[in-house]
Design a protein around this ligand. Sequence first.
Ligand SMILES: C[S@@+](CC[C@H](N)C(=O)[O-])C[C@H]1O[C@@H](n2cnc3c(N)ncnc32)[C@H](O)[C@@H]1O
Ligand SMILES: [Zn+2]
Length: 387
Amino acid sequence: MNIRAVREGETEVLVPVHLEDVSFPPSQAPVFYNPAMELNRDISVAATAAFVKELSARRNMALSDITYVDALSASGIRGLRIANETGIHATLNDWSEDAYQLIRQNIGHLGLEDRVEATRRNANVLLHENRYNIVDIDPFGTPAPFLAAAARSAVHLLEVTATDTAPLCGAHLHSGIRKYSAVPFNNEYHSEMGVRILLGKITRELSVNDRAMSPLLSHATRHYVRTYLKIDKGAKRTDSMLEQLGYIAHCPSCGSRQAFSGIALFIPKECTRCSSERILAGPLWLGSLHQPEFCNMVLNEIENRNLGTKEQARKLIELCRDELDVPMFYDQHIICKRIGVSPSEIEGFLTALRDRGFAASRTHFSGTSFKTDADIGKIEDILFSLR
Ligand SMILES: C[S@@+](CC[C@H](N)C(=O)[O-])C[C@H]1O[C@@H](n2cnc3c(N)ncnc32)[C@H](O)[C@@H]1O
Ligand SMILES: [Zn+2]
């Protein structure tokens, strides 16, 4: 395998030679490396650093005693960066012999032998046999086959990437149902649907082990969903987590939506606004996606680090921090098209919502999306008034 050195953050890592032919998918390389995931890795370094600083202070633990596993490592770039740039202990695992040898070479290249180990196991076996303070799942496509083992193994923090956005968001409906044991639908807020379907699945995997999660940060891009979940144990906490699972009833005719949390025994099919038949998605996570204090800690790390995607990362985390944390976002352009008015400049429109007493924010999901506690009828009234 031909290798070359790349630098991300403060870390130089050996990766397979990137073929100039961009149509060659990274998953076909002898060892996977995708430069397009640098933003994901930069945020992972900042989020993990923020989390471990707080954990080491709270538990009086040395950073090097905090254990992290990148269960699906490929070249090891993610875990190598986390170990090198945060000071914690890392296990880098991949079942591929080529990947394992490259990880070993990278550990030597960085001189991290005292804090980083390479393993060549089936990720599920490794996770079922060992507990780690932090478990990171960054697979090809869906994380679903690894979630049961990850939910047993993660003691304090679970970090998950999903790149199978089509199944998660309802574009490949049956694949989504098979992978996530839930029904998504593909409409204007499909990206938020993907985040909530993934969190719903993780919630159910954790609950089997009497473990609960609270999302610290979750974001969706066109290519993937990434989430950072604080783990707690105990039956009571798990029961209250499960109360935040539920369903969304959506009316495709008028755009109204209604959330039903807990064990919803009966969800009326008829839209309460226009009487059309609603569609149902779920079970999915209806709780919060971010903790603003944690987002501030991540922003602080981003500011103080040498990151290739600093600007992009800052903008994304600021949007997550300031996002009204309720399901589901609206898309102004879609509503305007349906009611036949021209879209307004987004800040002016949000001010108009706030002036009428509603909470309102932009979202990180797209430039035309917004969140509010106003219902669709009130939103339409305001859009008509701004004509
Ligand atoms: C998407 S790549 C990982 C990318 C890496 N985390 C990064 O940031 O560059 C997924 C890796 O998982 C490995 N893999 C897939 N299934 C596995 C399993 N059951 N056990 C261990 N490794 C596995 C593959 O060999 C591949 O290298
Ligand atoms: Zn309706």
